[in-house]
Design a protein around this ligand. Structure first.
Ligand SMILES: *Cc1c(COP(=O)(O)O)cnc(C)c1O
Length: 376
């Protein structure tokens, strides 16, 4: 039996998603992409409502993109930043967001500072409160990091950041689809997410939530003929909803697949999913911790479905290969993708197992058995 433990990498889409994507591609081959899209216009429009329901937002606060990174980049690019401004990141910042923050700082002249973690490993909210002032324009926060089982306390960070008027850009790439991520409850101004991970959607899909209040403070720059209209020789008019962050061209099949994935998650219920993922991750974490030579590397008070570990005397890449030979599919996470956190904890690389609710308990035991063979 193959045990799939990489939903934090790219998960297995359910049949409903597959049928939607493949069915639409077939239809495009019959009538052409424009006519095929027209036939699904109502479903595509309804998709904004589906994602809004999933993410606790309004339909006009939702934009579809081609990845979590694209969502994040377009939102970040629209945040006005200049000399004297400060941008705060956390220790668990992902390289994909740290790099653009550092890159733009060279040109825009703002300062970038990393907020420390507390003893549990989550962002230190007290330390954050101490460094916040009205020069802080943006707090970049990762909800569930790629390289540990942490879930950061979003609401507390948002409340502190809003106290000085800073925007919060939440990277929810690893949390959407495995636990409830609701803009109305978390309070984050901007939320980016992907289809391919816990949501079980197609690759090349992403979503962005821009709260209405936050939208008023953004300066969207990456606009085209979908996000804006050319109304006079020198006059353009930008859309006033979140779709100002979209561009015209997209994979309609993949978008329909993403909408189907969101419907699928809603039908199962995010509370149910969180509980079932949590049970599996806990079982794996406890089983791994009991194995001689195995060290669980997860941090944080609240844990996600991501389980990370190392095996004494064996490189994580080697562990991954040996587990694959036993039919257990995991992934590894290297220091460069979460440099601050990995450096602070003295880690080069960890093995990452991310069980979704579709993994049977017997599969988890097969995985534990395979790891224990490695560790022997
Ligand atoms: C995977 C990941 C991303 C980027 O997602 P893409 O689908 O590659 O755009 C962002 N943040 C975190 C924490 C991730 O794990």
């Amino acid at each position: 039996m193959t045990v799939f433990l990489d939903s934090a990498g790219s998960s297995l889409p359910p049949r409903e998603v597959l049928d939607e994507v493949v069915g639409h591609l077939r239809r495009e081959a019959e009538v052409g992409g424009y006519a095929a899209a027209r036939e699904r216009a109502d479903d595509l429009e309804a998709g904004y409502g589906v994602l809004a329901e999933l993410l606790g937002a309004e339909p006009d606060e939702v934009a579809f993109t081609d990845s979590a990174t694209r969502s994040w980049l377009t939102a970040f690019d629209a945040v006005p930043l200049g000399p004297g401004d400060r941008v705060l990141i956390s220790q668990a910042e992902y390289a994909g967001t740290a790099i653009p923050i550092l890159h733009r700082a060279r040109e825009a002249g703002y300062e970038v500072e990393a907020v420390p973690s507390d003893a549990s490993g989550q962002i230190d909210v007290r330390a954050l409160e101490e460094v916040l002032d009205e020069r802080v324009k943006l707090v970049s926060l990762v909800h569930a990091p790629t390289n540990s089982g942490l879930v950061n306390p979003v609401r507390e960070v948002v409340d502190a950041a809003h106290g000085v008027g800073a925007l919060v850009l939440l990277d929810a790439c690893q949390s959407i689809g495995q636990l409830p991520v609701r803009a109305d409850e978390l309070g984050a101004d901007l939320i980016s997410g992907t289809g391919r991970k816990w949501l079980r959607g197609p690759r090349g899909t992403g979503v962005l939530v821009v709260r209405r209040e936050a939208a008023k403070r953004l300066r969207p720059r990456l606009v085209d003929l979908h996000s804006a209209e050319w109304v006079g020789p020198e006059e353009i008019r930008l859309r006033d909803d979140a779709r100002v962050h979209e561009i015209w061209e997209s994979s309609v099949a993949d978008r329909l697949g993403l909408i189907a994935a969101a419907r699928y998650a809603l039908a199962k219920g995010l509370d149910v999913i969180e509980r079932e993922v949590g049970e599996r991750a806990r079982h794996l974490r406890e089983g791994l911790a009991a194995l001689p030579g195995v060290t669980v590397r997860d941090v944080g008070e609240r844990k996600s479905g991501i389980v990370t570990f190392t095996v004494a005397g064996l490189a994580p890449g080697e562990v991954k290969e040996r587990l694959a030979a036993d039919g257990v599919l995991v992934h590894t996470s290297g220091a460069s993708s979460t440099l601050l956190d990995m450096t602070r904890r003295g880690l080069d690389e960890v093995v990452r197992a991310s069980p979704h609710y579709f993994v049977e308990p017997a599969g988890l035991d097969q995985a534990l058995e395979a790891v224990s063979r490695c560790a022997r």
